[in-house]
Design a protein around this ligand. Sequence first.
Ligand code: PBG
Length: 327
Amino acid sequence: MELLQRPRRLRKNELVRNMVRETRVSKSALIYPVFVREGKKIKEPIPSMEGQFRYSTDELLYELEKLAQAGIRRVMLFGIPDKKDELGSGAWAEDGIVQKALRLAKKEFPDLYYITDVCLCEYTSHGHCGMLSGCSVENDKTLPLLAKTALSHVQAGADMVAPSDMMDGRVLAIRNCLDENGFVDTPILSYAVKYASSFYGPFREAAGSAPSFGDRKGYQMDYHNRKEGLKEAALDVQEGADILMVKPALSYLDVIQEVANRFDLPVAAYSVSGEYAMMKAAAKMGWIDEAGVICESAVSIFRAGADILLTYFAKELAQYIDEGRIG
Ligand code: PBG
C-alpha cells in the first residue's frame, strides 16, 4: 500500500491532536447570562433550566464571585422586575432591578465586564418587546424607550449594551442617545440576527416574558431565511453596532458562518435556553454524556466562525478548558 497521505498520523496521541486543533476555545470568549430579581437572600431555581437561578442582588454577588474564580469574567444581565406595566417603564427606572444590580456588582466586582440585555418584554404587562398600538407592536415609538433603557443601564455602570428587541433602527437610536450623553466609548452588542424561535421557551418561563397574545413573528426573523439575516447584520453595521450576534446558535450554524465570513466585526452566538434545557434533560435521563455534548456543541459554534459564545454552560466549559478536554 503506497499511501502518501495518512490523516491518522496527526491523530496518534493527544499531544499531536491538540497541537493541530483548528478551533481554540478560551474563557475570554465566553459570556454567562444571569437573571436578577427583586428581594433579598433569594436564589430561586428555574425549573426548566436545571442549574440556573433567579438571583436577588445580594445573592448575585456570590454567583459573580464563583464565576470570577472559574475565570468567567463577562456576564450578561437580565432583569426580572416585581411589577410590569403597559409600557415596560421598569426597564429604564433609576431603581430598576438591572440598574440596582449593576451599581452593587460594579462596586463589589469592578474587574468583571457587565453587558446588559436591552429589551422591554420582561417589563411589559403584555410581554411584547415594544409599545403596543392595538395588537401591533409600534416600531418607531418603541425606539426612544429602548434608547432610554440603554442609557439608564450605562449610567448605572453597564460596560456594554445588547439590544434584543428586533425593532428596526434601534441600534442607531441607542448609538445616538449614548453619544449625546457622552458615552461615545460604550459599545453595542447587537442581537442582529435573531430568529423567532421555540428555543426561547425556558427563558420566557424564567423571565415571565411570554407574550400574553400572539407571538413575536412580526419583529423577530422567520427561520426559513438566511439572506435576510445578512440584511439585518448589514443594517446594524451601518447603524453603528460593534459586535453582531446570531441567535439561537445550534440550529443556525450556517448563519453564523455566513455572518462571520461576510462582516469584519466580531461575531457572537447565543446558545439559548432551549438548547441548554435539551442537553440537560437528555443528560439527566442518562441518554447522552453531558460533558461530551457540552464541549462538542460549544466547539461547533466556534468552528462555524463565532468569536464569542453566550452560554449557560460557561462555568462547565471553563472547567473543561482547565481539564484540557477542549481549548
Ligand atoms: C428578550 C430576550 C429573549 C432572549 C434573550 N433576550 C427572549 C425572547 O426574545 O423571547 C432569549 C434567551 C434564551 O432563550 O436563552 N427579548
